[in-house]
Ligand binder design. Sequence first.
Ligand SMILES: C[S@@+](CC[C@H](N)C(=O)[O-])C[C@H]1O[C@@H](n2cnc3c(N)ncnc32)[C@H](O)[C@@H]1O
Length: 239
Amino acid sequence: MGDPSVPIEESPDEGWVTGLTGAPAPEVRKVLAEAEADREFWDEVMRAHCGGGRESYAQIRAPFELYAMARLLKPRHVVEVGVSSGVSSSAFLRAIQRNGTGVLHSIDLPTPQKGARFDAGTDSPVALPPGHRSGWAVPPSVRAGWDLRIGSSRDLLPPLVGELPEIGIFLHDSLHTFEHATFEFTTVAPKVPVGGVVVADNCNWLDHALEAFAPRLGGTVRFRRGFDLGGVRRTSPSP
Ligand SMILES: C[S@@+](CC[C@H](N)C(=O)[O-])C[C@H]1O[C@@H](n2cnc3c(N)ncnc32)[C@H](O)[C@@H]1O
C-alpha cells in the first residue's frame, strides 16, 4: 500500500478557476482554501486509492479546481465520463454535498487489469485492479445520490443527456482521441447553459478537439497552469 499522506494536489491554479467560472478572485480563493483544508476527506480518498495496489491510476491532476468550480457554479447536474478510481468523482461529490444541491452523473467503461499484479508493460495506467469497481476510492460519506453508470459513453451518454434539463459542468476524462472527445462534447453541448463549463483532461492527446469545439460555446480554451487540462466557459446560448 502506498503512503496515504501523499498530497493529492499541490498549488491549485486560482486564475484557471476564476477564468472558467467568472467568480471574483476572493470567492475562488475561499473555496480552494476550503478544499485544501479538507484533509481528512482527501486522506480517505488517497488511502482507498492506494489500497488498489498502486499509487497512480491516471487520475485527474486538479481535483481541487474541479471542487471549486462545482462550489462556485452550484450546478444542478454535473456529468463526467471516465471514473477509474474516482478522484474527480470525489471532488464533484464533495462539492455537491457542501452545496446541499445537485447530482453527479458519471459514466465509466472500466479497463480491467490483465492479471492479479499490475504489469506496467502491458496494463493501462487506468486499469481496474481485480476485485475493485469503478469509483472504489470515493468515500461512502459522499456516495448518496451518485448516479454511476457502467458502460461506454457511446451508448450511455446520449440517453443520459436526454434525461437532463441542463449540464452545468461536463468533464471528459475517458478515451482521449479527437473523434471520441468530439462525440462527447457535441453530445452534451445543447444542454450546457450560458456560464456552464466543459473541461477535458489530456488535451495534448485530443488533437485540438477542445479548441475546435470551443467556438460552439462562444468561448476559448483556458488551460490549467502546467497541465494539458483545458476548459471552456459557455458565453453564448445554444442555437
Ligand atoms: C483517466 S481514467 C479517469 C480518471 C478519473 N477521472 C479520476 O480523476 O480518477 C479514464 C477512465 O475512462 C474509462 N473509459 C475509457 N473509454 C471509455 C468510454 N468509451 N466510455 C466510458 N469510459 C471510458 C477508462 O477505462 C478509465 O476507467
